[in-house]
Design a binder for this molecule. Structure first.
Ligand code: FE2
Ligand code: FE2
Length: 330
């Protein structure tokens, strides 16, 4: 699923009430009643582990997601666009920080999460392994990538884990600004010169299928999804969200006068939805395995930032140790 694609759950099928312990039954009953689970409360081990993976992956996506757009801050076409893009990229850093905090309430440290990312044991969304080649790509990223993020994150406001659901409320407000700023760039480009319109179309061509991949492969047979849905840490199916995204985006592309790069995109009177072609899932799995166009560059940039920041962390720790020694001596 989206910023957290293919998060492994417990690996077991969903337990029926008779297979559950009394504690598990009481926990499930609270979830079914729409109650929020808070950090210090009892939770099954699998619930905790799945949430750590999901929130951690989501946090990493926010942080790594700054890189493709950061690439254009120095080259934004006007001062206004530069200020808007700076604010947007800064928002993403904030999203990452809320989410690391939410993960920490489950008993994992930020250092552990970051080490797992840097060692390739945790992932971030596949979308950020694609390059941003032109200014129109910044429009396409805001319109499509942040647009897909909203599709996924709005329902997560109802997620059963309190800290995660509350983080989503603020994040969603900011995401809708991101989506609109992207669409605004696309509007300018699509209504500009021939060269600008061609650039906008090219950005849509390259970002369309990677955006559809953000929702993850069809989860019809996934035991992971079923358990996560029973726990309400996943609210909608991947296919359901993808369809919603297509239904929202096709008319927006029409309004821009741009063409979705899929001959099969057509409104289906019977279903009331747009038909569309699936992305090439072999490409998706290949990108997840580390073979996307920018995987090495993205992870390399994060590892370098972590190493370059070591002296700051060391200094803060030394200062904290000095202070607590002083307090102890008083
Ligand atoms: Fe974000
Ligand atoms: Fe965003």
């Amino acid at each position: 699923m989206m910023y957290a694609q293919m998060v492994k759950s417990t690996g077991n099928a969903v337990k029926s009430p008779t297979e559950m312990t009394e504690q598990e039954r009481a926990f499930q009953a609270r979830i079914d009643a729409g109650e929020k689970i808070e950090p210090k409360e009892w939770m099954p081990d699998g619930y905790r582990k799945t949430l750590i993976r999901q929130i951690g992956q989501h946090a990493h996506s926010e942080i790594v997601g700054q890189l493709p757009e950061g690439n254009w801050i120095t080259r934004a076409p006007t001062l206004e666009r530069k200020a808007i893009l700076l604010a947007k990229v800064q928002d993403e850093a904030g999203h990452g920080l809320y989410l690391y905090c939410a993960a920490e309430t489950l008993g994992v440290s930020r250092d552990e999460l970051l080490t797992a990312l840097h060692e390739g044991r945790m992932k971030y969304s596949s979308i950020f392994n694609y390059p941003t080649l032109t200014w129109a790509d910044i429009g396409a990223v805001g319109w499509l990538v942040d647009g897909a993020a909203i599709m996924n994150q709005v329902p997560l406001q109802r997620c059963s884990y309190g800290p995660y659901s509350r983080a989503m409320v603020r994040i969603c407000k900011e995401e809708s600004f991101h989506q609109r700023q992207g669409y605004d760039i696309m509007m300018k480009m699509a209504n500009g010169s021939d060269a600008q319109r061609a650039m906008a179309q090219d950005a849509l061509n390259r970002f369309w299928y990677p955006s559809l991949m953000m929702f993850g492969p069809s989860d019809a047979e996934s035991v992971h999804s079923a358990q996560s849905m029973a726990w309400k840490i996943k609210i909608d199916t991947n296919d359901g969200l993808r369809q919603k995204f297509v239904d929202q985006t096709v008319p927006q592309a029409e309004y821009l006068g741009l063409t979705i790069p899929d001959e099969n995109v057509k409104y289906n009177e019977e279903t009331g939805h747009y038909d569309y072609s699936d992305p090439d899932w072999s490409e998706f799995f290949d990108v997840l395995r580390g073979n996307g166009p920018c995987n090495k560059e993205r992870l390399g940039a994060r590892v370098k930032a972590w190493e370059n920041g070591a002296w700051v962390r060391d200094g803060l720790m030394a200062n904290a140790a000095k202070r607590s020694a002083k307090v102890a001596a008083e």
